[in-house]
Design a protein around this ligand. Structure first.
Ligand code: ZN
Ligand code: ZN
Length: 356
């Protein structure tokens, strides 16, 4: 690829996208060059980068090519590869960790403690909004033949994050599951809760288009607006008791309180939506009802491998949440639409993933 050029999108802030020309990278030891096929936009790209560069620490954006939900095909190999090869279809776990700290050894490269070696794709090293991506072999998850690249892109952050949260609270056929916040992460939580056997699913969001999409996709049995009576409405839908499990994907204070108060005695709540705050009354809201609140941040790489295997087994397709596909040249439109919130998942796509 020596001398070959490619286009890549960066997020300068001020709700803009800039396309620049880059040299196609050459893979070094333990690295691969990936032809990008699908690169989906995550809510955290909007929250912490697109409008303005708000992140600090692991979320500090360093002006690199954006996109942390990449999926593509290996087209060139560096020396020293141990498992993957040219032609393999791969998902990129979106954070490259040092590999030797305790968190990396648990597979949670998301929380790698190395300030020098931890670099997230699309935040501190070049991400998926370009024709090619340079990745480390250790960050790759094999994409099964049954799944499309757009299925895989969503596993890289969104579906992986949801699966981790749902596994922490344990979803089964015993449960009615409440999902607060019906953006793409919330829709993924509904889809995976159903796949895990949830008896009933209830979604809450203030945006009518999002509630409609959750129903149209057949992912929620009931959808509710968020207001003063939402907890009472959820209890009325659950025999007066509330849900066994709740997962907050909104990051909104009011929605978090609903997720706590609409969960029944002995129930479990997981927070995965980022930012904001929450206030609740510890005694009546959790202590006296013996409830547990979990926090969950992304997932580990073995669980991501397990998830793609199970997605095939369940016969579901994350790409069904994608409502809009754009070519890279129209990345500005893609981010602007995602920021509006009146859509499902938005994907920037290449080659065979471009569809009418
Ligand atoms: Zn993300
Ligand atoms: Zn590490």
């Amino acid at each position: 690829m020596d001398g070959k050029k490619m286009m890549g999108a960066v997020l300068p802030g001020n709700s803009t996208v800039a396309l620049h020309e880059y040299a196609v990278p050459t893979p070094g030891h333990g690295e691969v060059l990936i032809k990008m096929k699908s690169s989906t936009i995550c809510g955290s790209d909007i929250r912490a980068i697109y409008h303005e560069h708000q992140g600090t620490g692991p979320e500090r954006y360093q002006g690199v090519i954006a996109g942390h939900e990449p999926c593509g095909q290996i087209v060139a190999e560096g020396p020293g590869l141990r498992r993957f090869k040219t032609g393999d279809r791969v998902i990129i776990y979106h954070i490259s960790g040092c590999g030797v700290c305790n968190d990396c050894r648990r597979g949670y490269m998301i929380s790698c403690t190395s300030t020098e070696y931890r670099k997230a794709y699309g935040w501190q090293r070049d991400g998926g909004m370009a024709e090619y991506l340079l990745a480390e072999e250790k960050d790759l998850v094999a994409l099964p033949d049954e799944l499309s690249y757009t299925d895989g892109a969503q596993v890289a952050c969104g579906f992986g994050t949801v699966y981790e949260g749902l596994e922490k609270i344990g979803i089964s056929g015993n449960d009615t599951v409440l999902v607060t916040g019906l953006g793409p992460v919330g829709l993924a939580a509904l889809m995976l809760s159903r796949a895990l056997g949830a008896a009933k699913t209830i979604g809450v969001d203030v945006v009518p288009e999002r509630r409609r999409l959750a129903l149209d996709l057949g992912l929620a049995d009931q959808v509710l607006d968020s207001h003063a009576d939402t907890v009472a409405e959820i209890k009325a839908l659950t025999g007066g008791y509330g849900c066994e499990k709740a997962i907050d994907c909104s990051g909104n204070d009011q929605a978090r309180l609903i997720s706590i108060q609409a969960t029944r005695k002995w129930g479990k709540i997981c927070f995965i939506g980022e930012g904001g705050t929450v206030s609740f009354r510890p005694s009546p809201d959790i202590i006296h009802d013996q409830k547990t609140i979990y926090g969950s941040w992304v997932t580990n790489i073995w669980r991501m491998e397990e998830l793609v295997e199970r997605i095939v087994r369940w016969g579901i397709h994350p790409e069904e949440l994608v409502t809009h596909r754009f070519p890279l040249e129209k990345a500005a439109e893609a981010y602007s639409l995602m920021a509006s919130g009146t859509c499902g998942k938005v994907a920037v796509v290449f080659d065979e993933e471009i569809r009418a």
